[in-house]
Design a protein around this ligand. Structure first.
Ligand code: MF3
Ligand code: CO
Length: 248
């Protein structure tokens, strides 16, 4: 069941989303060769707590950390660790959620560590563009899979592939609400998009094939073929006149 939000509720979600956006900008400045993903996680948790918010992922189904830090062939849900030291040429997806006053915000960015290959740069750029193209379809009267199709067609036009096993989601008083938002699908399909929907749209894009698997830790998703993967996410509200990005 899709829960539509009032303007007052959207305002509350926006507060959580502001914290999320600030954390991502803060963590982005810390990303460099030599830092561990555990250090990034501790920094992020401090920023969230200083803002009077709570990490949304920590404790969610037993997830241990504030951030998901997914390096190179890791797609999503990489667990921060003292053992993971960033190296020049890596790409890292940083995904974070925060709760303020019972409302959730969720967003992710992928950033380079030092100088990266042209292909990695292109992967990051195309993934972020696909997110923005998906968001642009979040207009009342459109269908949900218009978002999916816009993401997929942009990604595939550039020779990359979209992940099937993980999807975007509604968000509000829970981190994950209906509807599920696949990053693939047919234009014109799915439920009608309505004003008051709040959606976390999150393309995960692989440089190689679309197949993923989950590592023995039960969380970390990686590409089956070892190719690089990128991930961007925004929480948006569907307003009468179109999408409003809350995690900008
Ligand atoms: N943005 C991701 C999602 O919506 C992060 C969830 S990590 C988890 O699924 F630990 F909270 F599951
Ligand atoms: Co999400």
């Amino acid at each position: 069941m899709v829960i539509l939000k009032s303007p007052q509720e959207i305002e509350k979600i926006r507060k959580a989303c502001r914290v999320v956006a600030n954390v991502l900008e803060g963590v982005r400045t810390k990303v460099r060769a030599g830092i561990t993903t555990k250090e990034l996680d501790e920094f992020a948790e401090q920023l969230i707590r200083d803002a009077g918010a709570k990490p949304a992922f920590k404790g969610y189904r037993g997830y241990p950390s504030t951030l998901c830090t997914s390096v190179n062939e890791q797609v999503v849900h990489g667990i921060p660790s003292k053992g993971v030291v960033l190296r020049p040429g890596d790409i890292i997806s940083i995904d974070v959620g925060a709760v303020v006053d019972g409302f959730y915000g969720d967003a992710a960015i992928t950033v380079p560590v030092g100088s990266i290959t042209n292909e990695a740069e292109r992967l990051i750029k195309v993934t972020e563009e696909s997110l923005l193209k998906g968001i642009a379809e979040a207009i009342p009267g459109n269908r949900l899979y218009d978002i999916s199709a816009a993401v997929q067609s942009h990604v595939e036009a550039h020779g990359f592939s979209v992940v099937r096993e993980f999807v975007g989601h509604g968000i509000g008083r829970s981190l994950h609400e209906d509807p599920q938002i696949p990053n693939f699908g047919e234009r014109g399909g799915g439920p009608k998009i309505k004003a008051g929907m709040v959606l976390a749209i999150e393309p995960m894009v692989n440089a190689g094939g679309c197949v993923t698997r989950v590592k023995e830790d039960g969380w970390t998703a990686i590409t089956a073929d070892g190719s690089l993967s990128a991930h961007f996410e925004h929480t948006i509200a569907v307003m009468e006149d179109g999408p409003l990005i809350l995690t900008r």
